[in-house]
Design a protein around this ligand. Structure first.
Ligand SMILES: [Fe+2]
Length: 360
């Protein structure tokens, strides 16, 4: 694990912010994000040009790496949590911050991702707590504290701290949401979770320990404040993406990385999975023992095509050749042969997240 207190001489005077976790496109800005740093805007025509982005001098905090764009209103919904306060934001279609609220949390923890519906934001809090003061004692910044349980903050989209509806469930850990939606007074959240973590786990303290993922669905009843949880799929999967025209809406198609080869460490993925949330069925494209795939990005076939009608893009690393391909699959038939393979002469380093920006 990297020691946060030590900086190499060569980068001593440069920014801490690697902005290396995700890129999003909103109000004609390409923003590179890392949850521990401020957003960085990139010139889409010249990616060497970048600068810290402040939403017109109205934002000077760290910004989470997984903001959500409401497909109907164009609002950008996000939060900032690497600091003493948790701040929740909504920016309008033009990138003007129109709502901000300090939310009081029961504990500080890794809050990598959240989900929205038409009217709510759903923020999971897993008991992987962080505290900078631990560094002073030579301890890791993160600590697994399962006695705190898992919490969910459900906030009306433009709500205040006092409007938050809190839910509590047994301890588990998750990084990425798939999507959420509202149905009959209930909120349904699907995300990838690890729920077999031993009580004495040293989370993030030992990279050799890998906990397998599963696809989980929570249903929150806003009337009687109850929740249910069900495991939908056992296959090791991560990096879920959807047709983003259906963020927060009734949807059925999810696209994920998956691990077919049981010998492969679970932090590596050799497959692309199409999971149908309504039918609870999956289709798998296995790239073979020699290949590793990264996050699948969905691109609609046309602006108005039906949900899930489009293409999946993923960089696939060919181990024996030490180079990568950009592989394009038919999103609803990922198990078919690729639509196209663009052979690259070099390796594309593994990263986290990306986005598709069309030329319109
Ligand atoms: Fe992420």
């Amino acid at each position: 694990m990297r020691d946060f207190m030590v900086r190499d001489e060569s980068v001593k005077n440069s920014s801490h912010n690697t902005a290396n976790t995700n890129v999003i496109w909103h109000h004609n800005k390409l923003l590179a994000l890392n949850e521990g740093g401020q957003p960085v805007s990139l010139d889409i025509n010249d990616l060497t040009q970048c600068q810290v982005y402040t939403f017109n001098q109205s934002f000077d905090r760290s910004m989470m790496a997984h903001p959500k764009i409401d497909p109907q209103t164009g609002e950008l919904i996000f939060y900032s949590y690497f600091g003493p306060e948790f701040m929740y934001y909504v920016a309008d279609y033009n990138g003007k911050i129109v709502h901000q609220e300090k939310i009081n949390l029961p504990f500080q923890c890794l809050m990598h991702d959240f989900a929205i519906t038409e009217n709510f934001s759903i923020i999971p809090l897993f008991p992987l707590t962080w505290d900078y003061r631990r560094l002073m004692n030579g301890e890791a910044i993160f600590k697994w504290e399962p006695n705190l349980n898992t919490r969910f903050a459900i906030i009306p989209k433009h709500g205040k701290d006092q409007d938050v509806i809190w839910f509590e469930d047994e301890a588990m850990l998750g990084m990425h949401t798939v999507n959420a939606r509202e149905i009959d007074g209930k909120i349904i959240l699907e995300m990838i979770g690890m729920n077999d973590i031993p009580i004495d786990a040293i989370a993030f303290g030992d990279d050799r320990i890998i906990y397998t993922n599963s696809l989980i669905r929570w249903t929150f009843d806003l009337k009687d404040k109850s929740l249910t949880k069900e495991k939908l799929e056992q296959m090791n999967m991560e990096f879920p993406r959807i047709d983003e025209r259906f963020i927060g809406r009734n949807y059925q198609h999810a696209f994920l990385n998956g691990t077919t080869n049981k010998e492969l460490p679970h932090c590596f993925f050799d497959s692309i999975v199409h999971y149908n949330m309504k039918k609870n069925e999956k289709r798998v494209h296995y790239f073979g023992d020699d290949a590793l795939a990264v996050e699948p990005i969905f691109v609609p076939r046309t602006k108005n095509s039906n949900e899930g009608d489009g293409y999946i893009l993923s960089y696939v690393y060919r181990k024996s050749l030490n180079r990568s391909d950009l592989v394009i699959l038919d999103a609803k038939h990922v198990d078919d042969s690729p639509v196209a393979i663009i052979q690259l002469p070099h390796r594309v380093p593994f990263g986290f997240h990306g986005c598709w920006v069309n030329n319109e």
